[in-house]
Ligand binder design. Structure first.
Ligand code: XMP
Length: 508
């Protein structure tokens, strides 16, 4: 049985990060809503309670039943709100902090006897982010770490394996955060660290064979990492019983359809390429509203896919490259929809197929590790994320084949430049946006009145937050020059220096 850590999500923005950090320790974990602890699951070896946007004394605050965990003697680590919740429900007090405590802090005192801090000396930097603070804890607990401002920065139960930290060990700025999480999951919970890409492939291939038998599966490829890895994994399990469909909606990057199709064939996948660009351009003509564009492309994709899949015989399953963050987002307890990202929502219902999502428990970096382990080439695995609606959401205003052609050229120069300068792997994602403004320029002796494009390149770990990439000026100058000199119709290049939030990565 695969042992696991459960992370109960009280709605913090860093809950997913806790999960990723635990997985980085080769320990399997699952993130579940705060009130959905799996009572019958014997494989749970420890529980982490996340932070939360609420205060423990809020009417609406999320509450979990800790007694069931304690009866099973499961080690518990409360982080931020999680720590406050444990303290508060055990007779301690939590009050609004005099000054909100955000950012860097130094643990000036650490109890050397606390197993959570094994190998960590006073002076360690941690990251705080809370408006409340624990002002007292019951006699069953004792303080194990303090900062100059926060006396009860961490605590431990006197006789049970219950720990609380008011800072965030999971964020990368917390200097020994990984060590603290390792101390908890390995030393305190007894995890064996056997979760790896190779072990995942072995078990998943076996499970897929059992689940699918001799059934036929159809899967939509997008050229992106997730669907590609899902396809190769399924192909490893069921061979030619998997058929893949790759739809060109006309909004792909320059030469992408041909190149990616070729890659897929080299990987031994049974893949059908469908050029449906004319249909999509016709549907999109004159449409300017971003959400409408997305809906049209989403629906168009479903129609084309459905039509093609019906040409196949006896298909029972729809394979999808859904990954863990997609599932957690849909579970999200406080999340709001900013943009509709779900390109193919509704497809399984329409086609009346059963869903097969072999990557649904993996984070993005784990998907890449699995791809690598499956022998996929780096240029497929390290591809930047690319939105399902493609260049359509990077052309502001209406879409025409001419605009797509301009954008493809500009985008190609930028992306190829990043690769040539060794910068491609340093950014999470990059692309060019075709703006709906024209501006005056001068080329030779001629006055020009042409389009402006914006370059967008961001660093990120999960696309939930992102910073603009600080690309070298020389590189930006070269790309700007190349675009203006070689892409007819563009006479101005800007660089987008907005972070997410408050901006988003895509412009539409
Ligand atoms: P935003 O623009 O919301 O994007 O910061 C976050 C990440 O999601 C990608 N994205 C999409 N992916 N269909 C997709 O498959 C979509 O409609 C879509 N919109 C945005 C975006 O490229 C970034 O990686």
């Amino acid at each position: 049985m695969q042992q696991k850590i459960i992370i109960l999500d009280f709605g913090s923005q860093t809950t997913q990060l806790i999960g990723r950090r635990v997985r980085e320790l080769n320990v399997y974990c699952e993130i579940l809503p705060y009130n959905k602890f799996p009572l019958d699951d014997e494989s749970v070896i420890g529980v982490i309670l996340s932070g939360s946007p609420f205060s423990v004394y809020d009417q609406k605050a999320f509450k979990a039943d800790l007694d069931v965990l304690r009866q099973r003697h499961l080690p518990i680590l409360g982080i931020c709100y999680g720590a406050q919740f444990i303290a508060y429900t055990n007779g301690g007090s939590v009050e609004p902090a005099g000054s909100r405590e955000y950012g860097r802090a130094i643990l000036s005192h650490i109890d050397p006897a606390c197993p959570l801090f094994k190998g960590i000396e006073p002076g360690s930097t941690v990251w705080m982010s809370h408006g409340d603070t624990i002002t007292s804890i019951s006699d069953d607990f004792h303080v194990t770490a303090s900062t100059d401002k926060v006396k009860i920065a961490a605590y431990q139960h006197n006789s049970e394996n219950i720990f609380g930290v008011q800072f965030h060990p999971e964020v990368y700025h917390s200097e020994h955060g990984t060590q603290m999480l390792r101390n908890f999951v390995v030393d305190i919970c007894g995890a064996t660290c056997d979760w790896s890409a190779a072990s995942f492939i072995e078990t998943t291939v076996k499970e897929l064979r059992e689940q699918l038998g001799n059934d036929k599966v159809v899967l939509g490829l997008s050229g992106g990492v997730d669907s590609s890895v899902a396809a190769v994994l399924l192909n490893r399990a069921i061979g030619d019983n998997l058929t893949c469909i790759f739809v060109d909606h006309g909004m792909l990057r320059k030469n992408e359809f041909e190149d990616v199709l070729n890659d897929y064939k080299c990987l031994g996948l049974n893949v059908i390429g469908v050029d449906a660009s004319a249909e999509f351009f016709a549907e999109l003509a004159g449409v300017t509203e971003p959400e409408r564009k997305r809906k049209i492309i989403g629906k168009g994709f479903i129609d084309v896919f459905d039509r093609e899949a019906h040409k196949l015989r006896d298909v029972k399953w729809l394979g999808q490259g859904t990954i863990y963050p997609d599932c957690i987002e849909s579970l999200s307890i406080t999340g709001t929809t900013i943009k509709s990202h779900h390109n193919v929502g509704g497809l399984p219902e329409k086609m009346n197929l059963k869903l097969c999502e072999p990557l649904r428990l993996l984070f993005k970096d784990e998907v890449r590790a699995v791809g690598r382990e499956l022998g996929m080439p780096d240029h497929l695995i390290k591809r930047h994320p690319f939105p399902g609606p493609g260049l359509a959401v990077r052309i502001l205003g209406d879409i025409t084949p001419e605009k797509v052609a301009i954008l493809q050229e500009a985008d190609h120069i930028f992306i190829q430049g990043l690769k040539d300068w060794g910068l491609y792997d340093q950014v999470w994602q990059a692309g060019v946006i075709l703006l709906s403004v024209q501006s005056v320029g001068v080329m030779g002796d001629e006055r020009t009145y042409e389009r402006a494009v914006a370059l967008r390149a961001v660093t990120s770990t999960d696309a939930m937050t992102a910073d603009w990439a600080h690309l070298p000026y020389d590189f930006l100058a070269k790309v700007s020059n190349d675009i203006i000199n070689h892409v007819k119709g563009v006479n101005r290049v800007c660089y987008d220096i907005s972070s997410k939030p408050p901006a988003t990565i895509e412009w539409e």
